[in-house]
Design a protein around this ligand. Structure first.
Ligand SMILES: [Zn+2]
Ligand SMILES: [Zn+2]
Ligand SMILES: [Zn+2]
Length: 103
């Protein structure tokens, strides 16, 4: 059941980010979420909205915009903040691909 490899090729059911890093993966009823932040936002949209309106007290993911409620799994790199290592990894890969394509 807990086999991380079963999520290979899945996208986050909330933010749609391809799941390439399963460190923070959450599975609920056969749906995969990149991290508990997305899982909470999907399950409790009212909470997520309230948090989001909270005057900038809570950060949102630079990549997917999910409110970062579980800050212990947040990743900050290069002045950007991501809800999880998965979003940071995907954003990093896209940046690298764009750089490679620009050559
Ligand atoms: Zn997500
Ligand atoms: Zn995430
Ligand atoms: Zn994200």
């Amino acid at each position: 059941m807990a086999e991380a490899s079963t999520a290979g090729g899945a996208d986050c059911a909330f933010c749609g980010t391809p799941i390439v890093c399963t460190t923070t993966l959450v599975e609920v009823d056969g749906s995969y979420y990149c991290c508990p932040n997305c899982e909470l936002a999907a399950r409790q949209p009212a909470t997520a909205r309230r948090v989001r309106r909270g005057g900038g007290l809570v950060l949102t993911c630079t990549h997917c915009g999910t409110p970062i409620i579980f800050s212990e799994i947040m990743v900050s790199t290069g002045g950007r903040t991501y809800c999880c290592a998965n979003c940071a990894e995907v954003a990093g890969r896209r940046a690298a691909a764009a750089t490679a394509a620009a050559r």
